[in-house]
Design a protein around this ligand. Structure first.
Ligand SMILES: Nc1nc2c(ncn2[C@@H]2O[C@H](COP(=O)(O)OP(=O)(O)OP(=O)(O)O)[C@@H](O)[C@H]2O)c(=O)[nH]1
Length: 301
């Protein structure tokens, strides 16, 4: 069997329907729909299977005009793991048309695309009469050479199968990136990492070490219905470790407690959360790799 696998970056303004579309494509409610703006740093929205292809949907938060250096780093991280996203899908809202936000995305699109395929998906077509759609499609295609234009309704499901099928065809041949049995909880792992990251930010404010990442290393379901979650907080320097740990480990303890409470609320069950702090100095080298891809974030501009 020839398998295919690759990354699809979904871009678009907040509320364009990225989460709804991901849920449709993945076929399960895995992508978190959070309405806290700017908290969505989830790198992987979900993984869909289409025939022999595995499609990994990645998020590119703050891809355009990231505000701070840290965000830039997150942008870089959004592309990590893959040498590159294979396909980009720009999602716009049919009833809103070419908004200022869409304009801004179009301005940056060429640079971001760097020769990669970019498709346009006009979403929420259930909200406008069909004749308006053609005009919008034409206008957008005059502005950018989209390889394909899809008219969809993520909510109602119109056009979603066609889009997924097309995406699968665009992906390179290669082994799947994730074992099929892990796909379902992959976004959950990311969300769990985001929650811990958020608690770190809340607790440490300005002190939050630059280049800090949180990873969920394992997630085990227990017989009693609870979950055991193991996370590692990676920092770049030994000194940063001390900041995260705090005096006699007080800081990390408070952070873990807060993260566990939120996880329990989110999952609706008991959670045992174990966090470790480790130094991973080669993070900067990885940053070099990103910069080769044109995603340099160190200059902070
Ligand atoms: N009518 C209609 N509403 C839709 C459609 N797709 C999404 N929505 C709604 O649009 C709103 C935003 O959808 P989300 O999927 O949360 O948007 P998003 O792009 O993921 O938002 P962020 O994660 O904040 O960037 C939700 O209320 C959805 O129910 C659609 O095809 N038709």
């Amino acid at each position: 069997m020839t398998t295919r696998a690759g990354f699809v970056a979904l871009i678009g303004e907040p509320n364009a329907g990225k989460s709804t579309l991901t849920n449709r494509m993945v076929g399960a409610k895995v992508s978190i729909v959070t309405h806290k703006v700017q908290t969505t740093r989830t790198r992987i929205r979900g993984v869909a299977m289409e025939g022999d292809a595995q499609i990994v949907f990645v998020d590119t938060p703050g891809l355009f005009r990231p505000r701070r250096r840290l965000d830039r780093a997150m942008v870089a991280a959004a592309w990590g793991g893959a040498a590159d996203a294979d396909v980009i899908v720009l999602l716009i809202e049919a009833h809103r048309g070419v908004t200022e936000g869409v304009e801004r995305i179009l301005e940056g699109l060429e640079e971001i695309a760097r020769g990669r395929k970019v498709a346009l998906a006009i979403n929420k077509i259930d909200k406008v009469p069909a004749e308006r759609l053609l005009g919008l499609a034409r206008e957008m295609n005059d502005r950018f050479p989209f390889v394909r234009t899809f008219m969809i309704s993520a909510e109602k499901g119109h056009g979603v199968d066609d889009l997924r099928k097309w995406l699968a065809e665009q992906l390179p041949e290669g082994p799947w990136l994730y074992p099929e049995d892990q796909i379902a909880d992959l976004p959950l792992r990311m969300i769990a990492a985001e929650i811990t990251r958020e608690k770190l930010t809340l607790r440490l404010h300005q002190e939050l070490p630059y280049q800090l990442t949180v990873e969920t290393e394992s997630w085990q379901e227990r017989k009693d219905g609870s979950a055991r979650i193991d996370q590692v907080i990676y920092v770049a320097r030994e000194g940063h470790k001390g900041i995260v740990l705090g005096k006699r480990g007080e800081t990390i303890k408070a952070i873990s407690q807060a993260a566990r409470a939120e996880l329990e609320e989110f999952l609706g069950r008991k959670v045992h959360l174990f966090t470790q702090v480790k130094v991973r100095p080669n993070w900067l080298e990885e940053a070099e790799r990103y910069s080769e891809m044109g995603l340099d974030f160190r200059d902070g501009n």
